[in-house]
Write a protein that binds this ligand. Structure first.
Ligand code: TYM
Length: 361
């Protein structure tokens, strides 16, 4: 029995990487642990979000959590901005974090790069927005994005201090373990350093030092169009990822287009990154081992393999989407309000301890 906490940003629809890398574990963990899962809307603001889409995405992610199996009777489920202590603690922690520590965060470096890429490729934006599969971007015009970039610049302070808010999220609840995908490990390690530094500085064990929990497989699902990069919600092409809300035809189309390795054998291994990724995904959605799948498709080509993979994905997604659509927004709102009340009771107590330790009256 451990205290477990994790979260997802409500940016666009979740993809199968978010599910395999994080949420799948959460559903299992809530059975025998104390679990807290939330939606980090304040983190999402570090990249421009159109207000009406953000509102929709927050509620959609809550409905996805429920449809994927998170249970409000077993887990506390809420929205980050509904519990004011997250932002409050982030400020306090920011006073003991070094600039250099944040400069070293790979997610920060990647985001800065991709933002400047956007400005460099504004022509492509027009094209991307017209891509029928990129549904979430459709209501944002290229002009709106351009105006935004001009107004706000390529980078913002929030993007830089993002890991400090994440540390506050974790430390506020005496979290012991944080189940996340590989890309978030560095942030959890920074959180450990911050907790230890704070405890040492004030001579008291105020914060529990958390451990990252990375699953054996599925912790780094790669892009379908580029197996050298992780699958990402903010990828330039919708052919990079499978969204949890993609329909049957879209999944088939995306899998058909997915990059493969040279040759025609259905075999994984380190030298075959594309097949390795597809086999891992297939295995996690079918409960067959990679070796069993390699045997099943021995002597058959990529076409048969891809058809099997698309069918396995669609079987999971169709069942999920049916549940998702059956959950009303009002039901999600009630669960989030109850979760925020339960989380606030804990965070207020913790905040009082922190203020006492540092000398605030
Ligand atoms: P976010 O929203 O980017 O991603 C949510 C979760 O999905 C995992 N993930 C992946 N796993 C495998 N393969 C991929 N391609 C892939 N892409 C994403 C992420 O590792 C993550 O577990 N900073 C966090 C949100 C956060 C948080 C927290 C997490 C804020 N506060 C406190 C834990 C505890 C993030 O950006 O998640």
């Amino acid at each position: 029995m451990s205290r477990i906490l994790s979260a997802v940003q409500p940016t666009n629809n979740l993809h199968i990487g978010n599910y395999l890398g994080a949420i799948k574990q959460w559903v299992e963990l809530q059975e025998s642990n104390e679990t807290i899962f939330f939606i980090v809307d304040l983190h999402a603001l570090t990249v421009y979000q159109k207000p009406e889409l953000l509102r929709q995405n927050i509620l959609d992610v809550a409905r996805m959590y429920l449809a994927l199996g998170l249970n409000p009777n077993k887990s506390i489920i809420f929205v980050q901005s509904h519990v004011k202590e997250h932002a409050e603690l982030a400020w306090i922690l920011g006073t003991i974090v070094k600039m250099g520590e944040l400069e070293r965060m790979t997610q920060f470096k990647d985001k800065i790069e991709s933002l400047s890429e956007i400005t460099g490729q504004i022509k492509n934006l027009e094209m991307l927005i017209k891509d029928e599969t990129r549904i979430y971007l459709a209501p944002v015009t290229a002009q709106e994005i351009l105006d935004y970039i001009k107004k706000r610049g390529h980078s913002n302070v929030g993007l830089f201090t993002y890991p400090v808010l994440m540390a506050a999220d974790i430390l506020l609840y005496d979290t012991e373990r944080v189940p996340v995908g590989e890309d978030q490990k560095q942030h959890v390690e920074l959180t450990r350093d911050i907790a230890e530094r704070f405890n040492k500085l004030y001579g008291k064990v105020v914060f529990t030092v958390p451990e990252p929990m990375i699953s054996q497989s599925g912790a780094r699902v790669m892009g379908l169009d580029d197996p050298a990069k992780k699958m990402s919600k903010s990828a330039a092409s919708a052919y990079n990822y499978i969204s949890l809300l993609d329909d049957v035809a879209t999944v088939k189309k995306k899998i058909k287009k997915a990059v493969t390795d040279s040759g025609a054998e259905v075999l994984g291994g380190a030298s075959r990154p594309a097949l390795n990724n597809l086999l891992t995904i297939y295995s996690l959605f079918s409960d067959k081992s990679v070796t069993a799948l390699e045997k099943e498709f021995a002597g058959k080509g990529y076409v048969d393999f891809k058809n099997g993979l698309a069918d396995a994905l669609n079987a999971f997604l169709e069942a999920f989407q049916e549940k998702f659509h059956a959950i009303k927004e009002s039901e999600a709102r009630d669960i989030l309000a109850d979760g925020a009340a339960r989380a606030s009771t804990r965070s207020a107590l913790k905040m009082a301890q922190i203020k006492e330790a540092i000398g605030l009256i």
